[in-house]
Design a protein around this ligand. Structure first.
Ligand SMILES: NC(=O)c1ccc[n+]([C@@H]2O[C@H](COP(=O)([O-])OP(=O)(O)OC[C@H]3O[C@@H](n4cnc5c(N)ncnc54)[C@H](O)[C@@H]3O)[C@@H](O)[C@H]2O)c1
Length: 251
């Protein structure tokens, strides 16, 4: 995949899909800024990339904090001179699963702040830089929950529908500016996020697998592969699209 020498930021890259994506970009010779709210997790990803001969640095940022996002992008541009790709991956789930009537205000606010406002902040600042330099590429990590109803998970579902809407709207705005914006919608994928859900509801493992036609969870590397492809020179005519990677669940 043609991403050699591209300057790439991956948010939430200390774990799961973000870490796999950062490693995949590095494997294809991109220069990667591994960003996470947790520095030690980001450093672990960078160490693993370095061990495999790739190039990466850590810049810590909470995507729900606008100043952090401005620092992330200005430090990247100070160091590398430009920003070619940002993968808006950082995301969280609610602490409690509940119907809308019982949904806590805390779970609403925290999930919207990271998954929705965080993606807006990163797109807003990245797009200013990309327009200034004459091009760029954004890949947002949405979810199957951004395309379909999600039981007892309202803020997560709302935030991921918003990511799909923001992807399409911004893609339209920047189509003539050599800036492409796409999203991937993973189904259930092995990661800390899924482990957390299964630790609260161990009964879900069997139930979830029963609704996945392929009868298995996705691997973070499988999602990473699609993200790098969308960000690469191999997909120059694709913008404003969502790609669903869910083992057939949405069927
Ligand atoms: N795992 C799945 O089944 C699944 C399915 C669909 C979509 N997704 C989406 O994929 C993305 C990655 O999820 P994952 O499963 O790899 O989760 P994960 O929990 O393994 O990784 C998320 C990373 O984001 C970081 N993070 C959390 N809040 C942050 C913040 N405010 N600022 C910066 N970093 C922050 C965490 O420290 C962590 O390293 C999320 O957007 C998630 O909603 C996951």
């Amino acid at each position: 995949m043609q991403v050699e020498n591209k300057i790439v930021i991956v948010t939430g890259a200390g774990s799961g899909i973000g870490a796999a994506t950062a490693k995949h970009f590095a494997k294809h010779k991109a220069k990667v800024v591994v960003s996470d709210i947790k520095e030690e997790k980001a450093q672990k990803t960078v160490d693993e990339i370095a061990k495999d001969g790739g190039e990466a640095i850590v810049i810590t940022a909470n995507v729900a904090n606008f100043e952090d996002v401005e620092n992330l992008i200005s430090q990247t541009v100070d160091k590398f001179g430009r920003l070619d790709v940002i993968v808006n991956n950082a995301g969280i789930g609610p602490k409690h699963m509940a119907r809308t009537g019982e949904y806590t205000l805390e779970d609403w606010d925290s999930v919207i702040a990271v998954n929705q406002t965080g993606v807006f902040y990163c797109m807003k600042v990245a797009l200013q830089q990309m327009e200034k330099q004459g091009g760029g590429n954004i890949v947002n990590i949405a979810s199957l929950a951004g395309l379909k109803a999600s039981l007892n998970n309202l803020s997560y579902c709302a935030s991921k529908f918003a990511v799909v809407g923001m992807t399409k709207s911004a893609a339209l705005e920047y189509a003539t500016k050599n800036i492409r914006i796409n999203a991937v919608c993973p189904g259930y994928t092995e990661s800390a996020l899924l482990d957390k859900l299964l630790s609260v509801r161990p009964d879900m493992d069997k139930r979830l697998k029963s609704v996945i036609p392929m009868k298995r969870y996705g691997q973070a590397e499988e999602i990473a592969d699609a993200v790098v492809w969308l960000a690469s020179e191999n997909t120059k005519f694709i913008t404003g699209q969502t790609i669903t990677l869910d083992g057939g669940t949405s069927l």
